[in-house]
Design a protein around this ligand. Sequence first.
Ligand code: PAF
Length: 280
Amino acid sequence: MDIFRNKAELQNKITQLKQNNYSIGFVPTMGALHEGHISLVRCCNKENDITLVSIFVNPAQFNDREDYEKYPRDVQKDIDWLKEFNCDIVFNPSETEMYPEPDNRTFDFGDLDKILEGYYRPGHFNGVAKVVSKLFDYVHPHKAYFGEKDFQQLAVIRQLTKEENMEIEIVGCPIVREEDGLAMSSRNKRLNSEERKNAVEISRFLFESREKKDEMNVEGLKNWVKDQLNKNVYINVEYFDIVNEKDLKPVHSWSESKDIRGVIAAWVGNIRLIDNIKYE
Ligand code: PAF
């Protein structure tokens, strides 16, 4: 496995590979890898000759400095793990390598980056777009893989590639869950044991809401999920919305679309977790 910290070296390698007609699959990450990332690596391995994983904790996408500083980091462990799962190339740049000068670009995603996560984390998706557009520009992969846990991020990245006319296929991969149902996230590592025990309620009530869907209208179900979760003293729901998967705008009745998703952000103690569920 090759490890590059420098983008010029990475680009040389990519050019050589492309000259030899290798297909390149790309999994961008912020490290602190878990089974969710590994599922992306597995999928990427199956569909491409070369699997490239980037590890970079992107300061531009954190609107809370403390969250950035406390974001778990263990690059050596990540690298060891990636070797085991047949990753071919790791790109692990420094902050000055990624941002040699300030990046003042502003992306326009219409409403998409202003609702839900975008509303509660202003500037977050602009920061994601900054780093992903740079990475895509260095690598120009054939395919890039993102988890559906960050459902809105996936939509933003699809729009980014469309707007910038990048010929990259964006592949969304299903959420990977812990045995008890909690969606895997690098942030789970920061929960203490009581918080961890209670965090599972988020996925539990999302799954239960799927069972209850035929008994309630959209508004009723939204309130039911929020009420159930807010009864737990460890949990504070920031939002729970039921939206059209296409544009992430709220739906008002179940018949409005076939592709409806419940999306949630909730605080468990000081840790903010997100999750989502498809309503069939
Ligand atoms: O999903 C993530 O881990 C990050 O937002 C990404 C896509 C690697 C950009 O920093």
